[in-house]
Write a protein that binds this ligand. Structure first.
Ligand code: NAD
Length: 252
């Protein structure tokens, strides 16, 4: 695929970028000329990813105050809040500690990081915030109380930030993907295969992709290209949006 955006001179910061969607986005931003700071909670994995992408590693837990203080020292033009995880359980068994941790990582982390970078963006009159939400920011599925709560909140946060920064050359948008081929989805497949007593390939085709007209998982690269567009000058008037990218699944 050939899609050209020039981000030379810009500094981008992508959380949870050692694998999956974050890695795809970091790669797209780096190829467009941005200096990319890649974060992940796994220092070892983020070093390896940074070496391939030609990015700078910034390992750490996005919910830690020390890490937020470190980010405040950076001069960031583009913030991509992507770090996350999934946990599936019926409401009655959903452990409160896991629910709280999901809100911390998927919602409080992006809030704190936005607080850390927005003053610098306002001062220079340019900024791009791209929050990786989900189709689950707009609709619910059973057994995903933590994830759906946090992603609905993240879309709301995205829009509030857009309102407060619109007059400073800053845009704030969310990307709302359907199922993307990453470790997060591959791990869900294992559980689905066991609970439905089928193979992982059957679980993919008959459960996950059943309502998806394109009958395939999205790729991290495809999410990378949408993020790249939202970071470009061409997208300067796009703010407060939640872009669904899901192969026609949800039509929302
Ligand atoms: P992934 O598991 O491949 O990557 C997530 C990364 O986040 C991991 O490398 C993990 O180590 C990191 N991470 C987790 N907690 C962290 C923390 N506290 N601090 C720093 N890093 C942390 O998963 P993915 O599928 O690429 O998911 C990326 C984002 O996209 C998530 O927010 C997820 O909810 C969202 N999303 C994924 C899909 C999908 O189908 N894969 C669909 C919609 C939205």
């Amino acid at each position: 695929m050939n899609f050209s955006v020039d981000l030379q001179g810009k500094v981008a910061f992508v959380t949870g970028a050692a694998s999956g969607i974050g890695y795809g986005i970091a790669q797209a931003l780096s190829q467009a000329g941005a200096k990319v700071l890649v974060n992940d909670i796994s220092a070892e994995k983020v070093q390896a990813a940074a070496a391939v992408i030609k990015a700078e590693p910034l390992p750490g837990d996005i919910t830690s105050p020390d890490f937020i203080a470190q980010v405040k020292q950076q001069d960031i033009d583009i913030l991509v809040n992507n770090a996350g995880f999934q946990h599936i359980s019926p409401l009655e068994d959903f452990e409160p500690e896991i629910y709280r941790r999901m809100l911390e990582v998927l919602l409080v982390g992006p809030f704190l990081l936005s607080q850390a970078v927005v003053p610098g963006m306002k001062a220079k009159g340019f900024g791009r915030i791209v929050n990786i939400a989900s189709v689950h920011a707009k609709l619910a599925s059973a057994f995903k109380a933590g994830y759906v709560s946090a992603k609905h909140g993240l879309l709301g946060l995205t829009r509030v930030i857009a309102m407060e920064t619109a007059s400073y050359g800053i845009t704030s948008n969310a990307i709302c993907p359907g199922y993307v081929d990453t470790p997060l989805v591959r791990n869900q497949l294992k559980g689905l295969a066991q609970s439905h007593n089928m193979t992982e390939e059957q679980a993919l085709q008959e459960v996950i992709l059943r309502p998806v007209p394109q009958k395939r998982l999205l790729t991290p690269e495809e999410i990378g290209y949408l993020a790249l567009f939202l970071c470009s000058d061409a997208a300067a008037s796009i703010t407060a949006q939640g872009y669904t990218i899901d192969g026609g699944w949800s039509q929302i």
